[in-house]
Design a protein around this ligand. Structure first.
Ligand code: WQD
Length: 338
């Protein structure tokens, strides 16, 4: 069975390609290399010994998308990662985010509508919940007005898919709302490619430990949490990748109850910034140089998942501990600095 993975050379996409190939799927990757490199494909092949087909296309080009589907009208599913994902950049350049994250989604769905059917997995985010009223967060929690254009593109993306599925009953879609993906494949052959100054906590921690960054700034310790720092649900990227395969199989095997479903993908456990730092110091056996600074604009106090629905309906559960996930991130950092 042939699966299209857009953004398949990205951090999460590449880990999903590995898990799809492990399950015997034939994978076609579309990536415009705007936030990745072809070297990632070599990493995938070194793990699975299987070449994915790779097409360097920009999905913002409608004709390219139409031409691709003319050449591949026998896909068993599409997993759509290709999108811009830097929260801060989206505030500076909203139109780039609305064009790249939404036009590409529309063009892909239009092609599935033309074919008359399709299975579609959408990369969404817990960002859609904003600051949820209670923890853990279930899929029934209300979607809050987005704090950034990036978050808004995830909300609008879900609505586009929902409305498409309402009229196109043969398009079956699942949106996976990721919590915080971290770490890398235990082979350390693929991982989060560092481009510029990391915005996210874990790559900033590993780069500080590797001596690339002087000191980690902890954005506030005066939040209403046990140790004053923000709480998140850090999920190992391979567990997250396996959730995509489980969701795809649910659609291929026609086990879905509706033709548009949504699942929280996290560990179900919340960890504070200081708890993450302590866990990292334990696994790396070195002290981390950090200081407490002011809060970061737009941060929510706490966000961690209730994963009951995914556990029951996808038959999927995260298995990697925070420490093991951090150890894999540290192993990857040391490998790329090697
Ligand atoms: C985690 C915690 C920070 C960096 C974002 C997006 C989300 C998804 C994941 C794309 C927060 C603190 C961070 C630092 C710090 N992105 N922190 N010092 O903000 O939960 O989620 O990335 O899909 O959509 O919103 O992740 O890693 O940036 O921050 O203290 O140098 O670490 O304040 O509490 P976040 P993060």
């Amino acid at each position: 069975m042939k699966i299209l993975v857009t953004g398949g050379l990205g951090f999460i996409g590449s880990h999903v390609v590995v898990e799809l190939q492990n399950e015997g799927f034939e994978v076609i990757i579309i990536d415009n290399l705007s936030n990745s490199s072809e070297k990632v494909k070599d990493g995938i092949v070194s793990i699975t010994d299987t070449q994915p087909v790779f097409e360097n296309l920009d999905l913002r080009n409608k004709e390219s998308v139409q031409d691709f589907f003319k050449r591949h009208n026998d896909l068993s599913g599409v997993i759509h990662f290709a999108a811009s994902k830097a929260v801060g950049e989206s505030v500076e350049n909203p139109l780039l985010y609305y064009e790249n994250n939404l036009n590409t989604l529309i063009y892909l769905l239009q092609e599935q509508q033309k074919i008359g059917k399709g299975n579609f997995i959408f990369s969404s985010s817990c960002t859609v919940y904003g600051q949820a009223d209670e923890m853990p967060i279930t899929e029934a929690n209300s979607v809050k007005p987005a704090e950034s254009p990036y978050g808004n593109t995830k909300q609008i993306g879900e609505e586009i898919i929902r409305d498409t599925c309402k009229v196109s009953k043969n398009i079956n879609a699942i949106a996976l709302r990721y919590f915080n993906p971290i770490g890398s494949h235990d082979s350390a052959k693929i991982g989060e490619l560092p481009i510029g100054v990391p915005q996210n906590l874990i790559p900033y921690i590993t780069q500080t430990a590797a001596g690339l960054r002087e000191q980690l700034s902890v954005f506030g310790d005066d939040y209403p949490t046990p140790d004053g720092t923000c709480i998140r649900d850090y999920i190992h990227v391979v567990d997250l990748a396996k959730a995509h395969v489980a969701a795809l199989k649910r659609l291929i095997e026609k086990k879905n109850k509706n033709n548009y479903e949504v699942y929280n993908i996290g560990t179900g456990t919340g960890s504070s910034v200081l708890e993450v730092i302590n866990a990292f110091e334990k696994v790396s056996k070195q002290k981390l140089n950090y200081k407490i600074v002011d809060r970061r604009e737009g941060d929510v106090i706490s966000a961690y998942a209730d994963t009951t629905k995914a556990n029951k309906e996808l038959g999927w559960k995260a298995e990697t501990s925070l420490e093991d996930a951090l150890a894999s991130a540290w192993k990857w950092e040391q490998k790329i600095r090697g």
